[in-house]
Design a protein around this ligand. Sequence first.
Ligand code: ADP
Length: 342
Amino acid sequence: MSLELLVPATLKTLIDPLSQKDIISAGVVQGLTITHEGKVSFSLEVNTEYMKEGIKLKEKAESLLSQIQGISGIQIALTTQRKVHSNTPLRKGIPEVKHIIAVASGKGGVGKSTTAVNLASALAQLNLKVGLLDGDIYGPSLPRLLGISQKPTSDDGKMINPIIAHGLKCMSFGLMIGEKMPAIWRGPMVQSAFQQILWQVKWGELDILVLDLPPGTGDIQLTLSQRVLLSGVIIISTPQDLALADARRGLEMFRKLEIPILGLVENMSYFLCPHCKGRSEIFEHGGVRKEAQSLGIRLLAEIPLHMAIREASEKGTPIANSETPESMVYHALAQKIWENLN
Ligand code: ADP
């Protein structure tokens, strides 16, 4: 194959973390030139906010191209010309917070909050400074899952102090207004409440802030993704097809918004019997894995349906805080995510 075909085909194997498309189709590679002598040059156009990912892409491209026979020189310029979306308002981070990740699901009841709480707790056990924001305005579950009920305080009447529980800095609408949301809170009010809580909590220095998003793909998720500089999103799905179809909708939304998809987590993947310790595939197993493959995203974890996980949640102590076999899956998930971000 000639270099004119081989070089773009090789570059096509690299995925742009922003759009999740290959870097040629995503327009990240610009000005590709291949001389008669086999000198290859081009620029990689990334966004300033995604410079770190850009550096990784450049290294990967260099390494792949250097293995092709006939290439005598490689010159890759990394530029920050690229616009995320011309009509997207600027995304903001939080001072002193290194990474903000969102935990999303296409619908409720799939174990999104359980996963978010256990993931945050497992990340904290990696010696990271972790925050957790329960963004489920209509059904906040963090107070219950972490066993906290105290009302948040403020030193200056402006910034809210997070509640420290199980080594996490936490905040939830449930702590501020009780578990029942006034029904008149709709649309824009809810969106502004979400942003207020996000930026008005005194998070301090954090390695990672985990946002437990409300279920679905409504306006709250959309606005949040457009305003907040997310390092990535994790999508939680159960094995049933319906949940998958919902998860796929979520995935499409985040892709359109060019939020890096860290991967999919299959929750209630199989049943672990607390008595006989046997494993039963109550749903057809492997569906989410296949789906993840065909969608080109990683399957980050397969979490079993286990009584101990629910019981720990009910006691207000995340299972990830215990040294049980059931907690291991969350530790492996946390490890993968942290590696992925760095
Ligand atoms: P969501 O946030 O998606 O609405 P929750 O995290 O509140 O879902 O979980 C719904 C219910 O399922 C809760 O009772 C929770 O304890 C239970 N649950 C979630 N994941 C598991 C699991 N892997 N094993 C056992 N029970 C689970």
